[in-house]
Design a protein around this ligand. Sequence first.
Ligand code: GLN
Length: 270
Amino acid sequence: MSLLISAVLSHGAEQLGDAIDAEILLAEALGIARDRLRLYPDQVVSTDQMAKFNRFLQARMLHQPVSQIIGHRDFWKHRFIVTPDVLDPRPDTETLVEQALGLAPKNRILDLGTGSGCIVLSLLDEWQNATGVGVDISTAALKVAKQNATNLGVTDRIELVEGDWFAPLSDQFDLIVSNPPYITAQEMQHLDADVRDWEPRIALTPEGDGLDAYRIICAQAGAYLQSSGHLAVEIGHQQGAAVAQMMSLAGFADIQIIQDLNRKDRVVIG
Ligand code: GLN
């Protein structure tokens, strides 16, 4: 008996209780674009493809995020490789990219806690004259960022450095961006299993009240920024006032709190 796309898809959607996830996983197992599934419902799914799809379904039922299962996620204008070693690039973070791009073009960008590299690599892709540095404490994450830099064709303009925030740096920048870990230790207990059990804890939370990374970044950024430079960070939606105050105490001016598409505070820039 041969299995048809339409039947395999309904089976997957039922197992997962989520039609969209089932579509994304089946399209990946078949190696075709998602819209093809609906165009060719009567196409036959081979045994190998079915085995692959079943593996994907099993992983998803164990709450592994879809991007980790298929190994990539679209962010801003490109596809980024995603593994369990990096935070899954999120649409929320596109607000940070968008705000940075609203500034006059920058030449030298620093991304603290670069992870997959999605922020700095997107900026380098938009600003063809810029160079950048991505710092991360995770060797495994930097490997993923390197692959993403290769895929975007910007390897000659990015330096990926292992280290603790500013520790490995000596030069100056005109833009510092970061999407640091900001979930509180307490919120971690109530996170979805998809995130809590599968994404790197070190990328999600600095423990405690969730603000430690901002304390370090805001206090030290000035020493690594030219006087007309900018600092732009992603924040949790209840952290706007606290982070704006840290920037202000550190001597930043023109501080703005910006909301994301869901109208939640998401970025602080100064
Ligand atoms: N900079 C990466 C991102 O925004 C990783 C951030 C992190 O791991 N906290 O996706």
